[in-house]
Design a protein around this ligand. Structure first.
Ligand code: G6Q
Length: 560
């Protein structure tokens, strides 16, 4: 298999982690490991589970079903050490502006810093204002949840609609769904992100303006999709309430942009603030999590933050070789850069975690889907993996065929909770049995001889090869005791730090997202052209033709 790492030469930049001498050792080691089957490793090392698993708080990670030996882990940890993961980690925690292209600190860890130790940005300890906003969110949510906060006709709020997109949608939406068993019995949460009018229309169709509360969630408060949906929602509300003064009871904002919030007509007293050192995709811990607090209450939100803080402490202080995020990250690097794997599957065996894959797609791919390193050089090694997935049990009846018998290596994270969310124990046992069976099957496979034996004499030679499973497919098993707010906080922080470590290894700035800008700019240019009086000819032939086709076909009676 082609390796993504170039041979080391002395002229190579010292800051390029994948050209370090340890990578040559890893390359040579991969060449040895390529033909080693995990089935044989398990026979030779019966204590593999003890050696390659660890428990941190609510989370057990079994990484023994990976194509690794002690030597693999040793070399990978050496790479992490040489790439200065500990130094970068400290820089992040202490508020250095490691997002250098935007000149910003990266401090989602401060949002859940339950120790309250000072975190200083530009000479100011940010903890007092972090805590003040958390308190305001809790107090506001309590008023809505208790029924004290009333709509303009005196009715209690029954529905909360978060309008936001990307980082201002995926995190809170995923968490609210995951913590559904803890939800408030009266309040229903809705999330509108898509600018396709169907999303806002369909959501509002069943709602009553008198009992609906909107949270307009936007860091910048300029995002086209969010503002379009927010204006529509305000018009929808005004059509019934008829007075601007009622907006204050039904619209609140989460933003860093006070002026734009005021201009929209939201009372600044109903604005919940966060700061530029909170990246959108890392913002569910900030005021962007207001919908979470409304859904599950301040105490549960606090438990979520505590869980994340526990993982932060583990990540910050545990030695690299016993550090869960570092282990997950380096396993990813092992497959990505030394086995040529291109993707990473996320497979929760949990109905309530069904949005986790979509959440991690953004968290990971927007962070590490980059081809320019921190110094602006185009990299010559593979960076972030393609992250994808779905609930595992549904996947088994859909795409697992490829995991088991396809030609691509697809490392997979299997996630499950030991305690079921319902009293349907029988269902949970089936779920659990499948979870265990899949990781075993991926690892072990089934040899030709075993297949022949199982198929019986009649089948010998007949399509037998189709029924063989090569196995040797790597997976991690991640077991939570129960999907509590605390455990969820730990799980999300685990992945955040995994992404951070990989960004350090690949020498990327994981906290900007310039790659989303060009499309936005072009859309703004194209928008007026869709209604131009004359044919558009300023783009390439394909884009011109498509715009003109749209102009003709969407307004056939206008004779364009
Ligand atoms: C996340 C990204 C992006 C962002 C959205 C919404 O890291 O920056 O997904 O969250 O574009 O932006 P606003 O919150 O500013 O509306």
């Amino acid at each position: 298999m082609a390796l993504a790492v170039q041979p080391y030469t002395n002229e190579m930049d010292d800051h390029d982690p994948l050209h370090r001498p340890v990578c040559r050792l890893l390359q040579a080691h991969q060449a040895e490991m390529a033909s080693v089957h995990m089935r044989d490793l398990f026979v030779a090392e019966p204590e593999r589970f003890e050696r390659f698993s660890l428990q941190v708080g609510d989370i057990l990670l079994d990484y023994s079903k990976n194509r690794i030996t002690d030597e693999s882990m040793h070399l990978l940890m050496q790479l992490a050490e040489e790439a200065e993961v500990p130094g970068w980690r400290e820089r992040m925690f202490s508020g250095d502006k490691i997002n250098h292209t935007e000149n910003r600190a990266v401090l989602h860890v401060a949002l859940r810093n339950r120790s309250n130790d000072p975190v200083v940005v530009d000479g100011e300890d940010v903890m007092p204002k972090v805590n003040a906003v958390i308190e305001r969110m809790g107090a506001f949510a309590e008023r809505v949840r208790s029924g004290q906060w009333r709509g303009y006709t005196g009715e209690r709020i029954t529905d909360v609609v978060n309008i936001g997109i990307g980082g201002s949608d995926l995190g809170p939406q995923m968490v609210v769904q995951a913590l559904r068993p803890y939800r408030h019995p009266r309040l229903k949460l809705h999330f509108i992100s898509n600018v396709d009018g169907a999303h806002v229309k369909e959501t509002l169709e069943s709602l009553n303006p008198e009992t609906t509360l909107f949270i307009v969630s936007s860091k910048t408060f300029t995002t086209q999709e969010t503002m379009t949906n927010a204006h529509y929602a305000r018009d929808w509300f005004m059509a019934q309430s008829q007075a601007v003064k009622h907006v204050a009871k039904h619209f609140v904002a989460v933003s860093t942009n006070r002026d734009a919030v005021t201009q929209f007509g939201i009372d600044p007293d109903n604005m919940f603030e966060f700061w530029d050192w909170v990246g959108g995709r890392y913002s569910l811990w900030s005021a962007i999590g207001l919908s979470i607090v409304l859904a599950v209450g301040a105490e549960r939100f606090s438990e979520l933050l505590e869980g994340a803080h526990e993982m932060d402490n583990h990540f910050r202080h545990a030695p690299l070789a016993q550090n869960m995020p570092v282990i997950l990250a380096m396993l990813g690097v092992w497959y990505n850069n030394f086995f040529g794997a291109e993707s990473q599957a996320i497979l929760p065996y949990d109905h309530y975690l069904r949005s986790l894959p979509a959440y991690l797609e953004q968290a990971d791919m927007e962070s590490n889907g980059k081809s320019v390193d921190r110094e602006g050089h185009v990299v010559d090694y593979a960076t972030g993996a393609i992250v994808w997935g779905a609930t595992g049990i549904n996947g088994q009846h859909a795409f697992y065929q490829m995991l088991h018998q396809g030609t691509k290596m697809i490392p997979a994270d299997f996630i499950v909770s030991i305690e079921p969310p319902t009293e349907l124990e029988g269902h949970h046992d089936i779920l659990m049995a499948n979870f265990l069976a899949q990781t075993e099957a991926l690892m072990r496979g089934r040899t030709r001889e075993e297949t022949q034996l199982e198929s019986g004499a009649v089948q010998v030679g007949q399509f037998i090869q189709h029924k063989v499973f090569d196995g040797n497919h790597p997976s991690n098993a991640i077991l939570l005791q129960k999907l509590t707010p605390h455990a969820l906080g730990m799980l999300v922080a685990l992945y955040e730090h995994k992404i951070f470590v990989q960004g350090v290894i690949w020498n990327l700035n994981s906290y900007d997202q310039w790659g989303v800008e060009l499309g936005k700019q072009l859309a703004n240019r194209i928008l007026p052209e869709l209604h131009a009086d004359v044919p558009v000819g300023s783009h390439d032939a394909s884009t011109n033709a498509l715009i003109n086709h749209y102009r003709r076909m969407s307004h056939p009676r206008a004779g364009l």
